[in-house]
Every structure is written in C-alpha cells, then in structure tokens.
Design a protein around this ligand. Structure first.
Ligand SMILES: CC(C)(COP(=O)(O)OP(=O)(O)OC[C@H]1O[C@@H](n2cnc3c(N)ncnc32)[C@H](O)[C@@H]1OP(=O)(O)O)[C@@H](O)C(=O)NCCC(=O)NCCS
Length: 196
C-alpha cells in the first residue's frame, strides 16, 4: 500500500535519528509509550466532545499514517504537543487528514504548534503524500498554506463549518477538481495465496 511503503523509509531524515531539536522543545515521532500522555493532552485541549467531531469519523478504526504521528517534548522530556495525520480519500484522491493538533496550555505561543505542523508537512512530502485536509481555524492554519478553495467541492461524513474546512497541496494540482465525499482510505489489500 502506497501510504505504508512510502513512509517506512523516509527519503530525507533531516536530523538523525528522526528527532528535530528546536530549543526549548523537541519534535519526534510518537512512540507507543506516548499514548497515555497524548490522550491526556487531547482531553485537556478538547474535552470529551472531541470524540463527537466529524473528523473523528475519519479516524475511528484507523491508524495514523506511517511515520506521521508526531509529538513535541519539553527539555525534561514531558509531552507538550501532539499532531497526527491520517490516510483518507478526498473525492477519490489519496490525501491526509491533519489533526488533532494540541499543545499544552502552559506551552502555547512558543512556536510548538507551528513547528509540529511544518515538520508534519515536510515528513508527509518526504513520504510521497500529495495533499492534506483539515477542519480548523482558518486564521491559524492559513499561515501554513491551507486554503478554503481546495475543499469547495468536497463533503465530509458529517457536519462541518465550511469556512473551517481547508486543504493544502503538497504537489501542485493534487486537489485540482477534487469532488465528492471524504472517506477513510481503504485498508491495504492483502494478497491471499491462491488455492491449490
Ligand atoms: C492551536 C494551538 C495548537 C496552537 O499551538 P501553539 O503552540 O500555541 O502555536 P504557535 O506557537 O505555533 O502559534 C501561536 C500563534 O497562533 C495564534 N493562534 C493560536 N490559536 C489560534 C487560532 N485558533 N486562531 C488564530 N490564531 C491562533 C496565537 O495567537 C499565536 O499568535 P502570535 O504568534 O501572534 O502570538 C494551541 O493553541 C492549542 O492546542 N489549542 C487548543 C486545541 C486546538 O484548538 N487545536 C487546534 C484545532 S483547530
């Protein structure tokens, strides 16, 4: 499956072994041991209503795209930020759903959120992904290149505020003409052995 294979060996690792140091915080790939702290952070940022969001319908039962679950940690190693990207089909086009993004309340406005987004976009491009969608505050996400025009003919699997439904092309034209429903990317096809 393109998503998996493309991301197992990112073509360009900017800082070995995959961590990006940005004092006073660091961004790295999420580890299994980060899950509890990540969920606590998301609970603090969004509350239990986070599971009711339309975007969650595109994450339920899925794993984040390979290599595209990131965390930010502070100088003591505590998890202070989380961002994950998810494989979707946007009107039939392979794309990624960005979010949820959250930064610990006491660590906001230090550039952590922006660094998580920029690193995720760079890694997604390295992995061969072509486009991203999100539902979020346009005044925040526009600075990273997300635009409303890419989603005008797309529909989500539930209610969203159209003004908050944004897209970004990593490859020019990747969302050009995209029309129709946004759905979870299909599970990887498995080649079963032929019956003897
Ligand atoms: C949104 C969030 C991830 C930003 O993280 P951060 O680390 O503070 O972001 P950065 O430091 O890169 O950027 C901070 C800047 O973005 C601005 N900003 C933050 N949230 C914003 C929003 N919703 N709309 C517009 N601007 C916003 C801040 O005012 C600040 O502006 P400044 O640089 O002029 O001071 C963080 O505020 C957060 O976790 N919020 C709660 C969860 C949430 O809303 N997630 C996003 C879902 S849309």
């Amino acid at each position: 499956m393109a998503f998996e294979l493309a991301c197992q060996n990112p073509s360009a690792s900017r800082v070995a072994p995959g961590a990006v140091a940005l004092a006073p915080f660091m961004i790295r790939g999420e580890a299994a041991s980060d899950a509890a702290a990540r969920e606590d952070l998301l609970d603090d940022a969004f509350g239990p209503a986070r599971f009711l969001k339309t975007c969650q319908r595109l994450r339920d039962g899925s794993a984040a795209a390979a290599g595209l679950a990131l965390v930010a940690t502070d100088g003591a190693g505590a998890l202070i930020g989380t961002l994950r990207l998810w494989p979707i089909l946007a009107g039939g086009r392979e794309a990624l759903l960005l979010g949820p993004l959250a930064v610990a309340a006491e660590k906001r406005s230090l550039g952590v959120g922006g660094a998580l987004i920029r690193e995720s976009l760079a890694r997604a491009a390295d992995c061969g992904h072509r486009a991203l969608l999100l539902v979020g505050d346009a005044p925040y996400y526009e600075r990273f290149g997300f635009e409303r025009r890419f989603t005008e003919r797309l529909t989500m699997p539930g209610p969203v505020e159209r003004a908050r439904f944004l897209g970004l092309e990593l490859v020019e034209g990747a969302l050009s003409g995209a029309r129709g429903r946004v759905i979870r990317a299909a599970a990887p096809a498995i080649d079963l052995p032929r019956a003897a």
